[in-house]
Ligand binder design. Structure first.
Ligand code: UDP
Length: 327
């Protein structure tokens, strides 16, 4: 099939492009390169453009016979979203609405949408299941939840079938070592820890050690980026064989505290990795751990790189060999 990957030059998007190519599919990438990197593309036909630019989007659909769309294009920083909610609502909601408009006009009926664990806010139960209450504690999660609702109405009105995948913490790098995580500025835990290991930073700041968790630091469910990409492909195949729109969590079902992640990285890298306790970061829930049973049973999804050591090892190979990312 020919898949349009919006935001395909970003961290998760580029691993999706790799997964599609490895499985023999054709890929069209649409990315504004604000945060993505053209060097991250292991193939596919590339268009530089912004989803808010309707003309650019129509050109892509006019010039290519698109069978399905995967949408990663979004701003995704919890802390920034608390400071700049309008940016998040404008970009994350506006972009996907335009994309859905173009899909409707060009008769494209399938979309896999990247949603987030942040839709749940402070969870009531751990592990979190898809039916749990959604009550985002930050505008990023709110923007993704809004799009999930918009998708439902577009399915209702236009028959556009969707799968929304609520990811927990994407981490790691492609097994080839060719692509990995490069954000500027970097805000995510594992890449920052590895930058400390590479002596590009002096220390890692631990955002809060007074949470109600075993060691006081936040607990997250880290999931390998290639396992995430594989779940998107399975979701697309399931939709295209006539199944209904669905929402799935994607995580490993195991939570690790910030301190445990730092300790594991010390073991993997053999480096000291200095850490210092700092204030809590706005919008951070204490614990986010997924139940992915539904994705496993309905999509037949089996994560391949499901230990934290392996996830950090793949990230470490990427960071060691690309200390300045794609620069
Ligand atoms: N974190 C931290 N120091 C950092 C970056 C992140 O203590 O420099 C914590 C953050 O508060 C959260 C966890 O690490 O509890 C994962 O954060 P990240 O930004 O990687 O992902 P998020 O959970 O925001 O999607």
């Amino acid at each position: 099939m020919n898949v349009l990957v919006c935001g395909g030059a970003g961290y998760i998007g580029s691993h999706m492009v790799a997964e599609l190519i490895e499985n023999g599919h054709d890929v069209v990438v649409f990315d504004n390169l604000q945060k993505g990197h053209k060097e991250a593309l292991l193939g596919g036909k590339f268009y530089k453009g912004d989803l808010r630019d309707r003309q650019a989007l129509h050109r892509v659909f006019n010039e290519n016979k698109i069978d399905a769309v995967i949408d990663f294009a979004a701003d995704s920083l919890v802390g920034e979203s608390v400071q700049e909610p309008v940016k998040y609502f404008e970009n994350n909601i506006g972009s996907t609405v335009n994309l859905l408009g173009a899909m409707k006009e060009h008769g494209v009926k399938y979309i896999v949408f990247s949603s987030t664990a942040a839709v749940y806010g402070e969870p009531e139960n751990i592990p979190i299941v898809e039916e749990d209450k959604t009550f985002p504690t930050n505008p990023y999660g709110e923007s993704k939840l809004a799009v999930e609702k918009i998708l439902k109405w577009c399915d209702n009105a236009y028959g556009i079938k969707y799968t929304a995948l609520r990811y927990f913490n994407a981490a790691g790098a492609h097994i080839s070592g060719k692509i990995g995580e490069h954000h500027n500025p970097e805000t995510h835990l594992i890449p920052i820890i590895l930058q400390v290991a590479l002596k590009k930073r002096e220390k890692i700041m631990v955002f809060g050690d007074d949470y109600d968790t075993k060691d006081g630091t936040c607990i997250r469910d880290y999931i390998h980026v290639s396992d995430l990409a594989n779940a998107h492909l399975l979701a697309l195949e399931r939709l295209m064989s006539g199944n209904d729109s669905k929402i799935y969590n994607l995580g490993n079902g195991k939570g690790f505290s910030v301190k445990e992640v730092i300790e594991t990285a010390r073991n993997v890298t053999g480096k000291e990795i200095k850490a210092e306790i700092a204030a809590r970061r706005a919008g951070d829930p204490a614990v986010l751990v997924a139940s992915s049973d539904k994705a496993k049973s309905e999509l037949g999804w089996k994560p391949k790189y499901d230990s934290l050591e392996t996830i950090i090892e793949t990230a470490w190979i990427w960071h060691k060999n690309h200390p300045y990312g794609y620069c």
